[in-house]
Design a protein around this ligand. Structure first.
Ligand code: GDP
Ligand code: MG
Length: 296
């Protein structure tokens, strides 16, 4: 009866467990106002992973985001339920003085760690602690085609110390293909020169396979994304895209932009890794810091 249990059976049990309990995954979008953050939140929810789950849309104009705001949808892939929450943030950079414009965002991220910590240190812990911690923070770089601005560098430097940062080039349809490629390389150099370690961080590659997969991703970062929340008819199919005088930019078409890479990284290939690094690295350093404070 208690003989050999194959790995398949173990994996099945794990799958059944997540199917029952589901799991929580939280993303945040950050960047200056007008860069398409709110649009991207809708793009994520409307794109293929979740199309079945979303309500067929009333198309609404996206209002200007004035406060931190979270949207949650339960999406299901192959029988596994996932509670995906995306937190939209108001754009910064509207003020003449942008000093400390990262404060509300950093405060929000830390508050979620604090909340988790308080549950964790209770004597009677919940079997499953509700997880509102931010697993991935998508940082929108304006498509200037030049360099990263001091504000972007400073923001990412601060964020990367407490959360997984995934930078993207916003509104990439406003750059030519050459401009995109050049800008991307310049950003990679800038980040390296300033020792800003964005996701996937080299330090956390676990083995050579991991390393070679992640190296290929690191070459592509920041993804040049385009967002859209309207569907159009293309060759008899409904596609999510932006209609221009020259044609439709299909956001889910990897030939048109790198939104599919962003989506696949976040909610498919690296989902578990983003959760693991959040728990084992970012939350852990928060926890250690907090508990040390307590004993002083
Ligand atoms: P947010 O302030 O960062 O939340 O930006 P919004 O999502 O509100 O978008 C601001 C404007 O940019 C809207 O008119 C959008 O339709 C437009 N927009 C959003 N994403 C893109 C994009 O990828 N390319 C282009 N060209 N425009 C975009
Ligand atoms: Mg917005």
């Amino acid at each position: 009866l208690f003989g050999y249990v194959g790995i398949e059976a173990v994996l099945d049990q794990m799958r059944i467990k997540t199917m029952k309990t589901g799991f929580e995954f939280n993303i945040m979008v950050v960047g200056q106002s007008g860069l398409g953050k709110s649009t991207m939140v809708n793009t994520l929810f409307k794109s293929k992973v979740s199309r079945r789950a979303t309500q067929p849309g009333r198309e609404e104009r996206i209002p200007k985001t004035v406060q931190l705001q979270s949207v949650t949808h339960v999406i299901e892939e192959k029988g596994v339920k996932m509670k995906l929450t995306v937190t939209d943030t108001p754009g910064f950079g509207d003020q003449i003085n942008n000093e400390n414009c990262w404060d509300p965002i950093i405060k929000y991220i830390n508050e979620q760690y604090e909340r988790y910590l308080r549950e964790e240190i209770l004597i009677t812990r919940k079997r499953k602690i509700p997880d509102t911690r931010v697993h991935g923070c998508v940082y929108f770089v304006p498509p200037t085609g030049h360099w990263l601005r001091p504000l972007d560098l400073e923001f990412m430097r601060r964020l990367s110390k407490i959360v997984n940062v995934v930078p993207v080039i916003a509104k990439a349809d406003t750059l030519t293909l050459e401009e995109r490629a050049e800008f991307k390389q310049r950003i990679q150099r800038d980040l390296k020169a300033h020792a800003i370690s964005v996701y996937p961080q080299e330090d956390f590659d676990e083995d050579p396979d991991d390393r070679s997969l992640n190296d290929r991703i690191r070459e592509k970062i920041p993804f040049a994304v385009v967002g859209a929340d309207q569907e159009h008819q293309v060759n008899g199919k409904r596609v999510l895209g932006r209609k221009t005088k020259w044609g439709i930019i299909e956001v889910e078409n990897p030939v048109h932009c790198e939104f599919p890479m962003l989506r696949d990284l976040l909610i498919r290939s690296h989902l578990q890794d983003l959760k693991d690094i959040t728990h084992n690295v970012h939350y852990e350093s928060y926890r250690v810091r907090r508990l040390n404070e307590g004993t002083r």
